[in-house]
Design a protein around this ligand. Structure first.
Ligand code: PBG
Length: 324
């Protein structure tokens, strides 16, 4: 055959394939989610997120040392408070579970980048991400409490705060309050484009954060929309976001791509609980090769434009990257 161009020349050997590989995954790209709860001696596997654990403050050290040994240098923290109320007050209490966990983790490992999920849903009795006014989420009051929560995390020593509520103006509210209190160096990783998604199902089980009535569709985005994603990201940047995020990841890779094309900012993708469980479930039935699928998925998210990936597979991926 008279062919000048042959794509297979560049696929001939592992060495050549490595040489021309456009995207690589690094352990530094990964953020591992950690769930902390009250109690002592707790390291309890989550029923809905097999292979993931709840930790009490006294069992965190072993986990942090493991992350260090794997080369993972960033975590995102979630808290499960013992008490919930209408206003989610444990979210911004100085001695809340997350605030204590941050202080503890910073003692154990000052270099670890501690990112905190900033939201009210685990802390409100009704499970919504804001406070209610006649059964409707009061945007501005909620944004104020979200900012208060972010400030309490910064005071405890968090490096980056990550609001996941999707109230309008929350980035501005957080930036203003952090600056006013002397935390102008604390970065904001905004969950800028967070869809109202069924892929969060397992997380809501483990975080006890399912809304007791209604859904999150009046504040989280509609899954048919991508132009709206650009508007959300633009507004967050204007309000002072340092990082953008798209969540969930796999069903929204076009959105990841569009954000990366439009905004020269570090971009995170949240590979959420439902995505994790689908792979775990298929692998447990020997339908897919878990390791190969996980690495292909994570690489695909990077190729789409994500610089950073929040994933429950972070530790596994770190091991795979070392060839274990
Ligand atoms: C809190 C929050 C949620 C997730 C991250 N932060 C749940 C939600 O919005 O309902 C989901 C993460 C996952 O599914 O892994 N607002």
């Amino acid at each position: 055959m008279d062919l000048v161009k042959r794509g297979r020349r560049l696929r001939r050997s592992p060495g050549i394939r490595k040489l021309v590989r456009e995207t690589v995954l690094n352990v530094e790209d990964l953020i591992y989610p950690i769930f902390v709860m009250e109690g002592t001696g707790v390291k309890k596997e989550m029923t809905s997120l097999q292979g993931q654990y709840y930790y009490s403050l006294d069992t965190l050290e072993e986990e942090i040392r493991e992350l260090e040994s794997l080369g993972i240098n960033s975590i995102i923290l979630f808290g499960l408070p013992d008490e919930k109320d209408e206003a989610g007050s444990e979210a911004y209490s100085e001695n809340g579970i997350v605030q204590r966990a941050i202080r503890k983790i910073k003692e154990i490992s000052p270099e670890l980048v501690v990112i905190t999920d900033v939201c009210l849903c685990q802390y409100t009795s009704h499970g919504h991400c804001g406070v209610l006014h006649n059964h409707y989420i009061d945007n501005d009051k909620s944004a104020e409490l979200i900012a208060k929560t972010a400030l309490s995390h910064a005071k405890a020593g968090a490096d980056i705060v990550a609001p996941s509520d999707m109230m309008d103006g929350r980035i501005k509210a957080i930036r203003t309050l952090l600056d006013k209190e002397g935390y102008e160096d604390i970065a904001i990783m905004s969950y800028s484009v967070k869809y109202a998604s069924a892929f969060y199902g397992p997380f809501r089980d483990v975080a006890h954060s399912a809304p007791s009535f209604g859904d999150r569709k009046t504040y989280q985005m509609d899954s048919g929309n991508a132009l709206e994603a650009l508007r959300e990201a633009e507004q967050d940047i204007e309000e002072g976001a340092d990082f953008l995020m798209v969540k969930p990841a796999m069903a929204y890779q076009d959105v990841i791509y569009r954000l990366k094309e439009n905004f020269p900012y570090p971009l995170a993708a949240y590979n959420v609980s439902g995505e994790y469980c689908m792979i775990k479930a298929a692998a447990s039935q020997n339908l897919i090769d878990e390791k190969a699928v996980v690495m292909e998925m994570l690489l695909g998210l990077k190729r789409s434009g994500a610089d950073i990936i929040i994933t429950y597979f972070a530790k596994d991926a770190a091991r795979y990257l070392r060839g274990e």
